[in-house]
Design a protein around this ligand. Structure first.
Ligand code: FPP
Length: 246
C-alpha cells in the first residue's frame, strides 16, 4: 500500500442524524469527532497527506442556520483539536475561498495553522473550505493569463505543470485514493484536476460511522488495485514484452 495522499468526501452527517430522529447539526457534530479518529489513524498507518472536503462552494446554499452552525462547529472543534494536532505533529493547512468564511473562523484557522507549522510534519492535514474544484482551476487559469499579460510566459509555455503550479497546494502530490462515504457515486466538484488517476472508493457507511477499521478496509482494497496510469497490465508489472502477448 503506497498512499501518499488520501482525499475524503465526508458525506452522510445529515442522514446519520435523521436516522436517529435528531437534527442535522447533531450529525455534523458527530462527523467532526470522526475527523479526529481518521487523522490519528492516518498518522498511525503513515499516510503523509490528507485532504478533507469540509465545506464546498455549493454548501453556501444550505439554510443559513446550518451554515452558521457548521462554522461555529469548525471553530469549536479546532479549539479542542489543536493539542492533539501538536502531539501528533500534524500540520494544518486549508484550501478554498477561505476569505469568504466569517472572520471568527478565519482567525481560528490562522491560529491553528501558525501553531502547527512544523518544519517536517508527520501528516499534512488539508481542510477544503468554501472549496470548489472548478473555482480552483479557474484561479489557476487566471494566474496564467496574468503571467502571459505581463510577458513572463508565452502561450506555448503553458503546460500541465504550469496549471498545477497555480493550484492551492501544488506541493501536495495528487491523491492516490479518494474515499466517499454515504454511498453516492459522484465527485461533487472535489479536486477535479488532482484526481485524474486517483482510485475511487465509495462506501455506504455514513461519515459519523466511518472509523479506523473502515479506513483500513478501504486501504486494503486500494492495495489490491492495479494502478496502470494508462499503461498495460504487463508494463506495470514489468513483464518482458513477449510474455505480454503483444
Ligand atoms: C456532508 O454531509 C457533510 C458536510 C457538508 C460537512 C462536513 C463537516 C464535518 C464533518 C464537520 C467539520 C469539522 C471539521 C473539524 C473539519 P451532509 O450534510 O451532506 O449529509 P447528508 O448527505 O446525509 O445530508
Amino acid at each position: 500500500m503506497n498512499c501518499q495522499h488520501l482525499a475524503i468526501i465526508m458525506d452522510g452527517n445529515g442522514r446519520w442524524a435523521q436516522n436517529r430522529q435528531r437534527g442535522r447539526i447533531w450529525g455534523h457534530r458527530q462527523g467532526a469527532k470522526q475527523v479526529d479518529e481518521i487523522v490519528t489513524a492516518c498518522c498511525e498507518v503513515g499516510i503523509p497527506h490528507l485532504t478533507l472536503y469540509a465545506f464546498s462552494t455549493e454548501n453556501w446554499n444550505r439554510p443559513p442556520i446550518e451554515v452558521h452552525m457548521l462554522m461555529r462547529l469548525l471553530v469549536h472543534h479546532l479549539r479542542t483539536m489543536d493539542k492533539k494536532l501538536i502531539r501528533n505533529r500534524v500540520q494544518l493547512v486549508v484550501q478554498g475561498g477561505v476569505d469568504k468564511l466569517p472572520m471568527f473562523a478565519q482567525k481560528e484557522l490562522n491560529r491553528v495553522m501558525r501553531m502547527t507549522s512544523f518544519p517536517s510534519p508527520r501528516l499534512k492535514l488539508n481542510l477544503a473550505l468554501s472549496y470548489g474544484g472548478r473555482q480552483e482551476i479557474t484561479e489557476a487559469a487566471r494566474r496564467i493569463a496574468r503571467l502571459v499579460e505581463q510577458g513572463k510566459l508565452t502561450s506555448e509555455q503553458v503546460d500541465e505543470n504550469e496549471v498545477a503550479r497555480g493550484l492551492y497546494h501544488p506541493e501536495f502530490p495528487d491523491p492516490d485514493l479518494l474515499i466517499r462515504t454515504g454511498g453516492e457515486y459522484r465527485v461533487s466538484n472535489f479536486l477535479l484536476w488532482q484526481i485524474a488517476y486517483a482510485e475511487l472508493y465509495v462506501t455506504e457507511t455514513l461519515w459519523p460511522d466511518f472509523g479506523k477499521a473502515d479506513l483500513l478496509m478501504a486501504l486494503d482494497e486500494f492495495g489490491l488495485r492495479e494502478r496502470r496510469f494508462g499503461k498495460t497490465s504487463a508494463q506495470v508489472s514489468q513483464l518482458p514484452a513477449q510474455e505480454a502477448r503483444l
